[in-house]
Design a binder for this molecule. Structure first.
Ligand code: XMP
Length: 603
């Protein structure tokens, strides 16, 4: 069970490893048809009772020669509209009797194409269009029965179609905003597949039905974390099976933000939901994490202890034997923890630890919103009548503040070299100075997890701008092998020295972080534009023995990719000043790295 959809009109996106696969999925949904990402090897059209269309994604492979990909189904016999994008376009050509060649002119970036008259996807659009290209191979011969719909100087077959059979191919990416008429092309395709049914009111109905179907007659047990996802799941379950069949538990790990556990309780009480039990486990969590430094180790311990606490509470609650667990897992969570076969494990999310995997295998987990992206969860929450303040609450990781306190044994990482002349050289043209930090944070580069050094940069006194920072940051990360993240200090650090301090998780460390986190939350304007603003405590102390903190406000749509929120420098400066009024706080830096290469959280 777990994440599984019923018979809802579906467009399947076969993922060949392209970087825009999620974007395609979200665009299709925005056009009103449910879409899901499927591994090509695992796609079985027979199992898809409501299949209305298939999109073949881009990807890093080459379709030349046709030998590399062996699909276990017959692409020409699917009987639903088909759209190939980039690599998918070439694959259709190769498999249906055309030809793909490499080694000709390459095209990367914005390119002008000519749309042929009568092409279905570009009907009613201008003949000359800007599109986003990214390819080295080209279709050089059309499959029989196809016509050219788009061409560019380097790609004579930049688009093709067999309109009678509703098969389309585009060498470029209609899903990215650079392609001026991309959304219109996707809309033409999606409408050819199905009428709009993926709309908030229908989604709610569908999810309620799904909960009923998955739950059967069993009583449901749900963990409330304090975040939007579990709250929306809870309300959906109440609507699906009624309050009486639902028991809920909140484990207070002690790693919540200031006051948030209490707020959750209050809200649920106000909703008239009384079957909520609270486990006060703060001390046990701290004890289990004593002296632990490695982030994955911390995550695993927290995940395991969480399950133990839940197990114990369930024993005490004397639930009937056949209860099923409800989880607020959302779509990107399931994929990011290795839910999809080709995604490598970047971080172990607590809702996919081994114990939960086992429950899922046993069919004991119901995940009402695991088909949804975060913005869809919020829309569903509003539709269910939840207040906007709660629905708009920033995402917060399961292991909470525990993974926002970087720990250290006091020794720098093995490959750390305090002076990094190369970094300084790279920064000089920007009027910036920088220093490699003796600690590591998690990043994601080339779809893999990295664990590397951040660089802290500051201005040499000239005019600082976000444009400069946006140029300098990728340069550092791309050129310096040891670096996956860049942070900004608005206080020049020339004269300041920081020492690495042996740091582990303690109640005091959590309390101090809660204070800085609360300040950042209160002071951060533009709440709607900011997806999330983690505050992190570093194992670095200044000469006075005060600790370094940093804020990471980011803009994102689904946490799969993110960019730093370009806050006014005066506002950041003010934030640092206010933070330094808190006893024990020495500095507040600002993370200026995109995701990728850096993840949102530091651990
Ligand atoms: P990263 O750090 O991987 O985070 O870029 C992506 C999103 O996931 C959140 N996050 C978690 N959420 N359990 C969760 O439920 C976790 O263990 C976890 N780790 C990270 C993070 O806050 C961001 O929104």
């Amino acid at each position: 069970m777990g994440c599984e959809s019923g018979a809802l009109d579906t467009i399947v996106i076969l993922d060949f490893g392209g970087q825009y696969t999620h974007l395609i999925a979200r665009r299709v949904r925005a056009l009103g048809v449910y879409s899901k990402i499927v591994e090509p090897e695992e796609f079985d059209p027979e199992q898809e009772s409501a299949l209305k269309g298939v999109i073949l994604s881009g990807g890093p492979r080459s379709a030349t020669g046709g030998g590399e990909i062996k699909l276990s189904f017959d692409l020409s016999a699917l009987g639903v509209p088909l759209l190939g994008l980039c690599y998918g376009h070439q694959l259709i050509a190769e498999l249906m009797g055309g030809r793909v060649e490499s080694g000709l002119l390459r095209e990367y970036g914005l390119t002008r194409v000519t749309a042929a008259e009568g092409g279905y996807l570009s009907e009613g659009q201008p003949t000359q269009q800007d599109v986003w290209m990214s390819h080295g191979d080209h279709v050089t011969r059309l499959p029989p029965g196809f016509t050219v719909t788009h061409s560019s100087p380097a790609a004579p077959v930049a688009g093709f179609e067999n309109s009678a059979r509703t098969i389309f191919g585009l060498q470029f990416h209609p899903e990215v905003t650079h392609t001026t008429h991309g959304m219109a092309m996707l809309e033409r395709f999606v409408r050819r597949c199905a009428p709009p049914t993926w709309q908030t009111s229908n989604i709610v109905e569908h999810l309620v039905e799904e909960v009923r179907r998955q739950a059967g007659d069993r009583p449901l047990f749900l963990l409330v974390s304090g975040g939007v996802d579990s709250l929306v799941s809870l309300v959906l379950c109440i609507r699906a099976v009624g309050k009486e069949r639902l028991t809920s538990l909140h484990v207070d790990t002690g790693f919540m933000r200031h006051g948030e556990s209490a707020e959750v309780m209050d809200h649920l009480a106000r909703m008239g939901f009384e079957r909520l039990h609270v486990v006060e486990a703060q001390a046990r969590f701290l004890r289990a994490l004593e002296g632990v430094i490695d982030p994955e180790e911390k995550r695993k311990i927290i995940g395991r202890l969480f399950i133990e606490e839940v197990d114990r509470a369930i024993g005490e609650l004397a639930l009937p034997d056949d209860w099923a667990l409800v989880q607020g897992t959302i779509y990107p969570d399931a994929i990011e923890s290795g839910g999809s076969k080709h995604a490598s494990t970047i971080k172990t999310h607590h809702n996919r630890v081994r114990e939960i995997e086992r429950l899922i295998k046993d069919g004991r987990v119901v995940e009402p919103i695991c088909e949804l992206y975060k913005d869809e969860v919020r829309e569903v929450g509003l539709e269910l009548g939840l207040p906007p303040e709660l629905v708009g609450r920033h995402p917060f990781p399961g292991p909470g503040l525990a993974i926002r306190i970087l720990c250290s044994d006091g020794r720098p990482p093995a490959d750390y070299a305090a002076s990094e002349p190369e970094a300084l050289d790279l920064l000089q043209p920007f009027g910036l100075r920088g220093r490699l930090l003796p600690l590591l944070s998690v990043g994601v580069q080339g779809d893999r997890r990295t664990y590397q050094h951040p660089v802290v940069v500051w201005s040499e006194g000239g005019r600082l701008s976000w444009e400069t920072l946006r140029e300098a940051t990728p340069l550092l990360v791309n050129r310096l092998e040891k670096v996956n993240r860049v942070v900004l200090s608005l206080t020049p650090l020339e004269e300041r020295a920081y020492r690495l301090q042996a740091t582990t998780l303690t109640g005091e460390a959590v309390a101090l972080l809660q204070q800085v986190d609360r300040l950042v939350r209160q002071e951060t304007k533009a709440y709607d534009e900011i997806w999330q603003a983690p505050v992190v405590s570093l194992p670095l102390l200044d000469e006075a023995g005060d600790r370094v903190f940093l804020a990471r406000p980011i803009c994102s749509r689904d946490a799969m990719t993110a960019s730093p929120f370009p806050m006014e420098f005066d506002a950041i400066r003010n934030l640092e000043e206010r933070a330094r009024e808190i006893p024990g706080v020495g500095a507040l830096w600002y993370d200026i790295t995109d995701k990728p290469p850096a993840t949102i959280e530091w651990e």
